[in-house]
Design a protein around this ligand. Structure first.
Ligand SMILES: *[C@@H]1O[C@H](CO)[C@@H](O)[C@H](O)[C@H]1NC(C)=O
Ligand SMILES: *[C@@H]1O[C@H](CO)[C@@H](O)[C@H](O)[C@H]1NC(C)=O
Ligand SMILES: *[C@@H]1O[C@H](CO)[C@@H](O)[C@H](O)[C@H]1NC(C)=O
Ligand SMILES: CC(=O)N[C@H]1CO[C@H](CO)[C@@H](O)[C@@H]1O
Length: 338
């Protein structure tokens, strides 16, 4: 099928599915979280090799697993990729049609199934290794990319993965530039998820200064969902199998939850994970229940991670044998709608 027709088909499917997804509530359990997501990771691999070759440095996602996730209740796919591979060499440069073509094929497949596809540059606020300071060029990048997806309501735009060690005003300005670029492209119906400095941690959202700064972001469409990440290990880095305690997830969400409520904002946990052990499972369930109890401000949570190249990685939810696919998913999926 021609790309034009694929896009048209995806737009139709998007319209047909958009409203039921908005109103997810399970009449049996009473649970209300709208989004249950999975990070798809692999197209950003080989992060120091900005060119790379498909199948060697990086890979795209196995679309047959998308169907398996949807069967498990997943309805958001956060697609990791690198900005340098979309527009090689320069933020304002031309697209690599093959890399963008692969991203678009994934977006269309996912949204054609009625799920959300989150377009997520896994760039940490950097381009070719340098902190992005040209906010006008960043706005152009987003305007160009959003134009490709502007007619697909099930696309969600994530401004950038995990800004860190950056000037706070710059993080604000980059988020605002992304919002302005996306809306200027005519993408007016899609949700946008700004991310914060300090790896966008939920537990440090207030103490890091993200709260005081990013509260002032403006979206003419009023469709911002603040994206925070939360891991349950001692340093919150997501590099250990052990959790601090069986209650740590809910505890680490409290200050951010209060901020969302006080400021009438919406939030999503865009990355979370913990080891497949009893204490962590209890902590995960407690945190998901806490999110559900506060679903007036929280949309849901997105697991880190799936993708074909993880192998036995402790947090891998890749079917059929990722440790989290077998050991975590069955224990947490009831917190979302199936
Ligand atoms: C980058 O990727 C290309 C293509 O696979 C490869 O030829 C090159 O050796 C890689 N460079 C580095 C520094 O890994
Ligand atoms: C995906 O990328 C590969 C490798 O560059 C290319 O051969 C293929 O045509 C691309 N697919 C699309 C749909 O653009
Ligand atoms: C609601 O939850 C129950 C128990 O987990 C599940 O069996 C049922 O399929 C869910 N209903 C919907 C509409 O998702
Ligand atoms: C916690 C975690 O696994 N973070 C990963 C985020 O993605 C990048 C790129 O794939 C990895 O390098 C990190 O380890």
């Amino acid at each position: 099928m021609l790309m034009k027709n694929l896009l048209a088909a995806a737009a139709l499917a998007a319209t047909a599915f958009a409203s039921p997804l908005e109103k997810r509530q399970n009449s049996t359990t009473g649970r209300k979280l709208k989004w249950f997501g999975i990070n798809e990771s692999g197209a950003e691999f080989g992060e120091t090799n900005f060119t790379g070759v498909y199948g060697k440095e990086y890979t795209w996602y196995d679309l047959s697993t998308v169907d398996q996730f949807i069967t498990q209740g997943v309805n958001v796919f956060r697609l990791n990729f690198l900005m340098e591979r979309v527009t090689p060499g320069s933020l304002t440069g031309a697209f690599d049609p093959l890399y963008l073509g692969n991203l678009t094929a994934q977006v269309n497949y996912i949204t054609g199934k009625g799920a959300y596809a989150m377009v997520q540059p896994h760039n940490y606020g950097r381009f070719l290794g340098n902190i992005i300071t040209d906010t006008a060029a960043f706005k152009t990048w987003w305007q160009n990319v959003a134009a490709v997806y502007k007619d697909n309501d099930l696309v969600v735009f994530d401004t950038n993965n995990e800004y860190h060690d950056m000037d706070q005003t710059l993080v604000f300005n980059l988020n605002q530039a992304a919002i302005d670029g996306i809306r200027a492209a005519g993408a007016t119906k899609q949700y946008i998820t700004p991310e914060g400095n300090s790896w966008t941690g939920a537990w440090t959202w207030v103490s890091s200064g993200n709260a005081a700064s990013l509260v002032a972001l403006k979206d003419p469409q009023d469709k911002l969902i603040y994206q925070m990440h939360q891991y349950l290990d001692t340093d919150g880095s997501g590099t250990h199998e052990e959790c601090v305690s069986a209650t740590i997830f809910a505890e680490r969400l409290q200050a951010a939850t209060q901020w969302l409520k006080d400021n009438k904002k919406q939030g999503v946990i865009g990355e979370f994970a913990a080891g497949a052990n009893a204490q962590c499972i209890t902590a995960l369930q407690g945190g998901l229940k806490y999110l559900d109890d506060n679903s007036d401000v929280w949309w849901g949570a997105i697991w880190w991670a799936a993708g074909p190249w993880w192998g036995p990685y402790m947090y891998s939810m890749e079917p059929p044998s990722g440790p989290a696919w077998t050991g975590v998913l069955p224990q947490i999926k009831s917190y979302f709608l199936s």
